[in-house]
Design a protein around this ligand. Structure first.
Ligand code: NAD
Ligand code: UFG
Length: 333
């Protein structure tokens, strides 16, 4: 099967590309390099010893996209392309709606034109907003995103729902990721945020390396076991394997519109992460307790049962694996 990945040189896309190639899929990647580098192509090829097609195009460029569909005869699409920085989305909402929502519409219209109707979408736990209960099942209420980035994910989910209702020959899987961290065990590919990281793990690795002085732990008065925020961290390689399960479902099984959480079902606090990182890697991570970050919530972790029952997906990698592989990537890059 030939699968097109938009944004396939990014953090999650590159790991998924590796897993698809390793599993014998043909892969076509498009990426405009707005948050990735060409060197990623050689790294993916080095890990997999396999080849794939790459197009340096913007997925909002309809003509360029049509040329790819014309040439490549893809059978399914995974849409990773988009912007993802919460703070930036608050400052530049139009840029976020344009790239994420207009891009997705352009892609779906092109798919429709070429009668390619198998689609996997990178959504986010952010669509649940501040959940009423944890663990969060797929039946939990959505629609309370607290920033424009989160709203773009919601809007695209609504578009996909409407699209399927209008034409049930589409096969659509929406994957709601929890917090992806870690890196490929080779240390060749991993997360490369521009500038000072917003997310916890890339911040921790830079503090451990001495690039940044200390971590600010945003709040220690949350309603959690140690007062710091609890999240469901999932190893990016496990997350990538979740996409294979989604593609297998679209390839082999019944048609439909499906939504799955991709998480481990375990919640770890900020201090759990810092302590596990220090212990596993034998390196110090100086930190201070700082005020809460606006918009943050106490606890967010998944109920992963539906993905287990319907996709056969279980995240196997442990917190130790995640902190070790994150550090290994930082040391090698
Ligand atoms: P990333 O920024 O590393 O990867 C996105 C890739 O898309 C980059 O390579 C970028 O160059 C490319 N891209 C962006 N706009 C494009 C455009 N207009 N045309 C072509 N390529 C474009 O991000 P990631 O962490 O790999 O995330 C992938 C997807 O998963 C995103 O949609 C993101 O919103 C979603 N997601 C990520 C997280 C997370 O914590 N990383 C959590 C939930 C959901
Ligand atoms: N944190 C710190 N210090 C930091 C960075 C983060 O204490 O320097 C804390 C946060 O307060 C939070 C936890 O670490 O309690 C995780 O924060 P991240 O920024 O790494 O992740 P979030 O859960 O806030 O958000 C991430 C993505 C969102 C996505 C969401 C759910 O950034 O885009 O996971 O998938 F929507």
């Amino acid at each position: 099967m030939k699968v097109l990945l938009t944004g396939g040189l990014g953090f999650i896309g590159s790991h998924t590309c590796v897993e698809l190639l390793n599993d014998g899929y043909d892969v076509v990647v498009i990426d405009n390099l707005s948050n990735s580098k060409m060197t990623m192509i050689d790294k993916i090829k080095e890990i997999t010893k396999k080849d794939f097609s790459f197009y340096n195009i913007d997925y909002r460029d309809r003509n360029a996209l049509e040329e790819v569909f014309e040439k490549e005869k893809v059978e399914a699409v995974i849409n990773f392309a988009g912007f993802k920085a919460v703070g930036e989305s608050v400052k530049e909402p139009l840029m976020y709606y344009d790239n994420n929502v207009c891009g997705a519409i352009c892609l779906l219209e092109t798919m429709k034109k070429y009668n390619v109707k198998k689609f996997v979408f990178s959504s986010s736990a952010t669509v649940y907003g501040n959940p009423d209960v944890v663990p969060i099942t797929e039946e939990a209420k959505i629609g309370r995103a607290t920033n424009p980035y989160g709203t773009t994910k919601l809007v695209i989910e609504y578009i996909l729902d409407d699209l399927y209702k209008s034409d049930n020959t589409w096969d659509i899987v929406v994957l709601r990721y929890f917090n992806p961290i870690g890196a490929h065990e080779s240390g060749l590919i991993g997360e490369e945020p521009n500038g000072i990281p917003n997310n916890l793990m890339p911040y921790v690795t830079r503090v451990a390396k001495g690039v940044l002085e200390k971590l600010s732990v945003f709040g220690n008065d949350y309603n959690t076991h140690d007062g710091t925020g609890v999240r469901d961290y999932i190893h990016v390689v496990d997350l990538a394997k979740g996409h294979i399960k989604a593609i297998e479902k679209l390839d082999k099984e019944n048609k439909g519109f499906f939504v799955y959480n991709l998480g481990t079902g375990k919640g770890y606090s900020v201090l759990d992460i810092v302590n596990a990182f220090k212990e596993e890697n034998n390196v110090d991570v100086p930190y201070v307790i700082a005020p809460r970050r606006p918009g943050d919530i106490d606890s967010c972790y998944s109920d992963p049962t539906k993905a287990k029952n319907e996709l056969g997906f279980v995240a196997r990698r442990t917190l130790k694996d995640m902190v070790r592989d994150s550090w290994n990537y930082q040391l090698k890059n």
